[in-house]
Design a protein around this ligand. Structure first.
Ligand code: TLP
Length: 351
């Protein structure tokens, strides 16, 4: 496919999310050729291969394939807690902000927020929220960290900060969960392995359906005992799948072929940020673009209005606040496509 075709003027360029990727022909071939069985009976060899691969990659005893990142996080919350417990997380964490109130609905837990900077909080921020053991208070059971942080603009947790906050958690005997939907991006951006990032946590959720480009799928990793408990809740929440090897095959393909290339998405995000910053009143802090997510301030203009004008020019972005847009780079958006986005945005917002 030649580049000029890829940026035909009527082609819509969709930057709303990295979840929009379509399986490539090679990925589809891997899916079509997958050996499968009934995974509720534990008989799907490709799912088993993926689970072992993820457990090894994250340095944990076991892993479980999940239909979505949301289910993976919420099964983890349920498996770590009992109704009435409290979960500590950053105030815009996906688990509480974007998962339909599931912690309350499915686990009966309370969420208590730690305020962070771009989704990242310090051990001092966390200590400020610790309450003494007292019958008036709920029992704090779980601390969650999100890396990279979605509403934080794809921000990356430095390993030292992860170690600091998880050390506070251990001190208090809390369980520790990592929402690593985009942990792959954090690892590529920093050179810190997924295993090192995962080490302080009891459970880790990773997604194959974001930047890695698989159509469906996530995985939850942890100790063998934790995964046995999680397995029961996955069934209860309706996530027991049958011949899911076709999906696991896409995930395995993505792990082998789409991880290293995430650095292209990161470079393209920086290119986009530079191109958009200052354009018709848009504000993007290029230094704040650490991975594949670009947060764009719209100044006086309502974000929805800007999003509509861009959509009229066949560029789609997401309004994520009254004056804030999100654009996410992914494997269908090469450098030339990013330049075309900047050109179209310049024209669309010129007057
Ligand atoms: N995030 C989606 C939307 O839900 C906002 C996106 O487009 O970014 N954790 C994190 C950090 C996520 O960003 C997401 C998806 C999930 C979990 C949930 O994954 P899915 O969509 O598979 O349930």
């Amino acid at each position: 496919m030649s580049e000029p075709d890829a940026i035909h003027p009527e082609r819509t360029i969709d930057l709303r999310s990295d979840t929009l990727t379509q399986p490539t022909p090679e990925m589809r071939a891997a899916m079509a050729g997958a050996a499968v069985g009934d995974d509720v009976f534990g008989e799907d060899p490709t799912v088993q291969e993926l689970q072992q691969r993820i457990a090894g990659l994250l340095g944990k005893e076991a892993a479980l394939f999940m239909p979505s990142g949301t289910m993976s996080n919420q099964v983890a919350v349920r498996a770590h807690t009992e109704p009435g417990d409290e979960v500590l997380l950053e105030s815009t964490a996906h688990i509480a902000y974007y998962e339909s109130g599931a912690p309350a609905a499915l686990s009966g837990v309370m969420c208590r927020y730690v305020t962070g900077e771009r989704g990242i909080f310090t051990s001092a921020d966390l200590r400020a929220e610790v309450r003494p053991a007292n019958a008036h208070f709920p029992v704090t059971k779980l601390l969650c960290v999100e890396n990279t942080h979605n509403r934080g603009g794809g921000s990356v947790w430095p390993l030292a900060s992860v170690r600091d906050v998880t050390a506070v958690g251990r001190e208090h005997g809390w369980r520790l969960h990592l929402d690593g939907a985009r942990l792959w991006n954090a690892s590529v951006a920093t050179g810190v392995s997924e295993r090192d990032y995962a080490a302080p946590f009891d459970s880790i959720s990773v997604c194959f359906s974001k930047g890695l480009g698989a159509p469906v799928g996530s995985a939850l990793a942890g100790s063998a005992e934790f995964i046995r408990r999680a397995h029961r809740f996955r069934k209860m929440f309706g996530g027991g799948l049958r011949q899911s090897g076709v999906l696991a095959a896409a995930a395995l393909y993505a792990l082998d072929h789409h991880r290293e290339r995430l650095r292209e998405d990161h470079a393209n995000a920086r290119r986009l940020a530079q191109g958009l910053n200052g354009l018709a009143g848009l504000q993007v802090e290029p230094a704040g673009v650490e991975t594949n997510i670009v947060m764009i301030g719209t100044g006086e203009m309502p974000a929805e209005t800007v999003a509509r004008r861009l959509a009229d020019a066949c560029v789609r972005v997401l309004a994520v606040g009254p004056h804030r847009l999100r654009a996410v780079t992914h494997l269908h958006l090469q450098e030339a496509v990013i330049d075309e986005v900047i050109r179209r945005a310049g024209e669309a917002l010129a007057n």
